[in-house]
Design a protein around this ligand. Sequence first.
Ligand code: ADP
Ligand code: MG
Length: 353
Amino acid sequence: MTSGSIIYVDVSVKRGELIGIKRLTAMATVTLSVLFTACSREAEKSELTIYAMDTVMSLTVYGDDADRLTAQASARINELSSLWAAGDTGSEVGRLNNGEEVELSPETTELISFSLAMGTQTDGALDIRLYPLMKEWGFTTSEYNVPELNRLNELLDMRGDIHISGSTLALPQGTEIDLGAVAKGYTGDILYEMLSEAGVTSAILDLGGNIHVIGGKPDGTPWRLGIKDPRADGNIGVLELYDGAAVTSGDYERYFEDDGTRYCHILDPKTGRPAANGLCSVTVVGKEGRLCDALSTALFVMGSEDAERYWRSHNDFQMILIEIDGDILITEGLEHSFTLSDGTNSKVQIIRS
Ligand code: ADP
Ligand code: MG
């Protein structure tokens, strides 16, 4: 269960209330439930808060037919979630992990292919084959444990090469996957397309730290998103976003502490241990949610220097890196859309090409 690390600051419900409901929902093991539905006085706004993919999601859609469209979007999230839940033995991913040969849906085929390509492009920093390690560390059950070095190496060595061609897939023996690093981003892309095709020109989809916006607010101004302070309550800054996605990965979302060390849920595929390369939060902003989601995880693993190098050789995204020592690095494309919160002492450096 993760908490939102990037939030829509103009949102009308308080985050604390949502998190309270989220815990309750999780305890009752309800994977999806409608917790809150409200329409403002203008009939053309529809808000829906649901619990899916292990997080609280809130959908706000403006325009004619907004109620029907938010309901349709939530049904679509439910469908996608039931394909990808790694711990669910009936899902496509669950069946793959169980050693079955699976006839994949087009969405799963696309998401796995994309993830493998991003794995190559990030030099292995994104690796969907870490599910056995996630289980070993206890991140799937919250029964945490620091594994022995040789156990980690044993599990890393069990990863086999995945070759996907056509729509049928069987994983190499011992290989288990988890699409947690990319699923919400891709879901956002699917919803974006669905709603745009239905004529929506103003919407904000908060998929638990993955924010996707269609156009601007109904008055045409950009949406204002709060970037959470990784080490304190409140936001470290506000990011303005018009049409696109912003995705944050942080070491404060899901972690445990043992003997004074923080162990977070993003693993370094080279070591099998939680990534510890100097960053505590990475926000990636771009057109495509799946790219932002894959990169927020991968750049977190890389650390500032490699993330900066990666950004220079790709021109399809912008990023905000927050280092453990508190410094903030922002790529030049966000220079005028990011504002540091009052009272924040962090040093901000702009990364230029
Ligand atoms: P969140 O899902 O909490 O918003 P991320 O998008 O960064 O955060 O995804 C983290 C999830 O991805 C983990 O919970 C785990 O399931 C999986 N994961 C962890 N490390 C990696 C990695 N290096 N590559 C791919 N997936 C990972
Ligand atoms: Mg991610």
